[in-house]
Ligand binder design. Structure first.
Ligand code: PMP
Length: 376
């Protein structure tokens, strides 16, 4: 039956982890996947998450299905986190929001909804470069890459893979241009809090566009900022003009979602909601997000200093000026290949590294290996 099925290529990002796992060298480093690691290189479960889970365990909630659009408290709190408590459409109850299977699921729901109901274009502009999964997500949603009157996908903060974000001034300009050309902004916010350490500062672009009167689509992920990767917690929302329009949009979101996966998983949304609705856990969470962001910044400084100290040819200032989890190093494909083959260091072929994979035990070995690879 499947004799005609061709073997597909490995995923360009998750394939890096497979190569890493197969390497038996003790010095090996995985800088491919965008998952935070603590200073010992270990996966990190936030204390606020542990506390939320403890209180959930004590409460012994049932395992009933959630509604199609997810846990209502969670989606309201997620919208509040992104848009801000004072946001006009939020206060006026005109944001249609649904829980999603993390950020990927939110993008996919958004793609499906826009493909069905955005009558003006069947096209979406993606940044070049962008997160590798954006192209297949929107291709599978029936949206094409085409020249004009399009939906524009914007990374709300901590652009992946470059780590280069527009300044607030540049965001204002981008907002004006989109308005002038009547383009539709679709924000992908996968790293709120990770860019600056402040969740509200990182929401600047989203909030500015909304305050300027743009209708927006928004994908949110709680994978990175709450460390809830495998729990798959996210939200997709659309701002609408009034509660009546919101209700119509809500009804169609349900119709889009029901045949895709019926309803979302409950546990991770409960964790996120427990944190977002408890002032104490919220404060602790914010300081933990800042802690992760700060550790990454300190690794940027250390890496820069070491590369420069080793008189590595080239300019390395971007390592420090880039923002968020990733650094777009500028390493070439042959250099990244040499690093994998000779130094057991794994990153995506475009030279992107997850800064979170570096720590005080491996950063010198990494910098020395990079320096060697660049010197040839
Ligand atoms: N958008 C961007 C830009 C990302 O970097 C990621 C995660 N790598 C996502 C969306 C979605 O990730 P998830 O589905 O794990 O939330």
């Amino acid at each position: 039956t499947w004799s005609a099925v061709p073997a597909g290529p490995p995923d360009p990002i998750l394939g890096v982890t497979e190569a890493f796992k197969a390497d038996k060298d003790s010095r090996k480093i995985n800088l491919g996947v965008g998952a935070y690691r603590d200073e010992h290189g270990k996966p990190y479960v936030l204390s606020s998450v542990k506390k939320a889970e403890e209180s959930l365990t004590a409460a012994q909630p049932d395992k009933e299905y959630l509604p199609i659009t997810g846990l209502p408290g969670f989606t309201q709190n997620a919208a509040k986190l992104a848009y801000g408590a004072e946001s006009k459409p939020l206060v006026e109850n005109s944001i249609a929001v649904t829980q999603s299977i993390s950020g990927t699921g939110a993008l996919r729901i958004g793609g499906a909804f826009l493909g069905r109901f955005y009558p003006h274009a069947k096209a979406i502009y993606l940044p070049v470069p962008s997160w590798g999964n954006h192209t297949p997500i929107f291709r599978d949603s029936g949206l094409e890459n085409a020249p004009e009157k399009s939906i524009v996908l914007l990374h709300a903060c901590a652009h992946n893979p470059t780590g280069v974000d527009p300044t607030q001034e540049q965001w204002r300009e981008i907002s004006d241009i989109l308005k002038e050309k009547k383009l539709f902004p679709f924000f992908d916010m996968a790293y709120q809090g990770f860019a600056s350490g402040s969740t509200s500062r990182d929401a600047f672009a989203v909030r500015h566009f909304v305050s300027e009167g743009h209708q927006i689509a928004l994908s949110q992920s709680f994978a990175k900022n709450m460390g809830l990767y495998g729990e798959r917690v996210g939200a997709f929302s659309l701002t609408t003009v009034d509660p009546e329009e919101k209700a119509r949009v809500d009804s169609q979101l349900k119709i889009v979602i029901r045949p895709m996966y019926s309803n979302p998983p409950v546990h991770g949304a409960r964790i996120a909601n427990t944190i977002l609705s408890s002032p104490e856990l919220y404060a602790q969470w914010e300081s933990e997000v800042k802690g992760m962001a700060d550790r990454i910044i300190s690794m940027r400084e250390k890496l820069y200093d070491t590369l420069v100290g080793l008189q590595t040819p080239g300019q390395w200032g971007h390592i420090k000026s880039q923002i968020g989890m990733f650094s777009f190093t500028g390493l070439t494909q042959p250099q990244t290949k040499a690093l994998a083959d000779k130094a057991h260091i794994y990153m995506t072929a475009d030279g992107r590294i997850s800064m979170a994979g570096l720590n005080s035990s491996n950063i010198e070995y990494f910098a020395e290996s990079v320096s060697k690879a660049v010197k040839g």
